[in-house]
Design a binder for this molecule. Structure first.
Ligand SMILES: O=C(O)CCC(=O)C(=O)O
Ligand SMILES: [Fe+2]
Length: 384
């Protein structure tokens, strides 16, 4: 099916991430690799002394978004970034920056409300839909509370929706704060814009694997699972003492689904694991940080690794971030793109010691298993 997957698995390139080369694999019939059009930075800079990448690539994906220009060249660069880092920045994404600016300002207003006002839309009130506000310490990563508060959103579904009627967890209406009425429109418009962007990036990922551009849309993302979060990371109150674990905004983890698109303010603090090291993913104005999740790792047999990342707010003030998760349909069973190929399973190195390759079942089942761990108190409300 995909000769690119086959070639990559059959080569030395399919080794440990740190050993891999950065190169775009030329796509059949494309001119990728022979000079490039759309790429601001085709490859991460490497430290010649250590051969360690120091920064993540920034890719102009306008050809995928607007359908004009060299899509194959962009796809090849996306493929390179997925194999090398599992992370890249996107520019040329077509999302209205004024909308994101508005969203950021409204979100800041929300987080400065008194605690009791924020608690009026707490997640317990969202019930099975798993929506609403949680206070600092309310979410766990690997059993430890994160130093962040946040709002959880998803596709806005009313009571007439068959899945809501059937009581399927994580489906339903969002909770919005009555004090900031404009936040509703800003969140819903952002989710709509990022859903479109998610489809465009997934087309690039399909092409990067030598697949038809609609491969994922036809099988997995016709009706994607959409989750959107707004996080506020207060600054750690005291610097970590030697030997202490810092107060992570969010601890080391991978994302669960296909693709994450992250908008962040200017504070910084996102770190990405590259081989044995952590590198910064600082804010670059006007760009989204894009990373792949566990389901794409599973589908590609570990060729596109779901990369661990974490956050430590380095600024002396709050940090806002806006992760958007573009994931497979709830009922979709996630299958390897090419079943016969060997799998590189990194279960033992993974933050959760779980194998994404051994998992059998639908994306919804996978997600619910994770929800139970990050919000143990909500387990009864959310799980069937
Ligand atoms: O806030 C960030 O920069 C990253 C958040 C994140 O990794 C997540 O929500 O999965
Ligand atoms: Fe994440």
């Amino acid at each position: 099916m995909s000769s690119i997957l086959q070639a990559a698995h059959g080569s030395a390139r399919f080794g440990r991430r740190a050993d891999r080369q950065t190169y775009p694999i030329p796509l059949p019939g494309s001119n990728a690799g022979r000079g490039s059009v759309a790429l601001m930075t085709l490859e991460a800079t490497r430290d010649p002394a250590r051969d360690v990448p120091r920064q993540l690539p920034v890719l102009d994906i306008a050809p995928l978004v607007h359908g004009r220009g060299d899509r194959d060249a962009v796809a090849a660069a996306i493929g390179g970034a997925c194999r090398e880092h599992g992370f890249f920045y996107v520019t040329g994404h077509g999302v209205d920056l004024a909308l994101l600016d508005r969203l950021e300002q409204l979100s800041r207003q929300f987080f400065t409300l008194p605690s009791a006002r924020k608690q009026a839309i707490r997640m317990e009130r969202g019930g099975r839909a798993w929506r609403g506000y949680f206070a600092v310490g309310g979410e766990l990563t690997s059993g430890r509370p994160d130093l962040k508060e946040g709002l959880y959103f998803g596709s806005e579904l009313d009571e007439g929706n068959p899945r809501v009627q059937a009581g399927i967890p994580l489906h339903g209406r969002n909770l919005f704060p009555s004090e900031i009425p404009d936040l509703r429109g800003a969140v819903l418009d952002t989710m709509a814009a990022l859903t479109q962007l998610g489809h465009a990036v997934m087309e690039g990922i399909a092409l990067s694997l030598g697949l038809d551009a609609r491969y994922f849309a036809d099988r997995y993302t016709g009706d994607p699972t959409i989750l959107f979060r707004i996080f506020n990371y207060p600054p750690p109150s005291a610097p970590a003492m030697a030997g202490d674990e810092p107060a992570w905004g969010v601890g080391e983890h991978t994302d669960y689904g296909l693709l994450t698109l992250l908008w962040q303010d200017t504070a910084g603090g996102l770190q990405v694991k590259s081989g044995a090291r952590w590198i910064d993913a600082p804010p670059i104005p006007g760009t989204f940080v894009c990373n792949i999740g566990d389901m794409l790792d599973r589908m590609t047999g570990g060729l596109y690794l779901s990369t661990p990342h974490r956050v430590l707010n380095p600024a002396g003030h709050d940090r806002l971030s806006f992760p958007f998760f573009f994931d497979p349909a709830w009922d979709a069973e996630i299958r390897p793109i090419q079943a016969a190929l060997p799998v590189r399973d990194n279960q033992r190195e993974r933050w959760d010691q779980a194998s994404v390759h051994a998992f059998r079942g639908t994306y919804g089942e996978y997600l619910l298993g994770k929800v139970a761990k990050v919000f143990p108190d909500l387990r009864q409300d959310v799980l069937p």
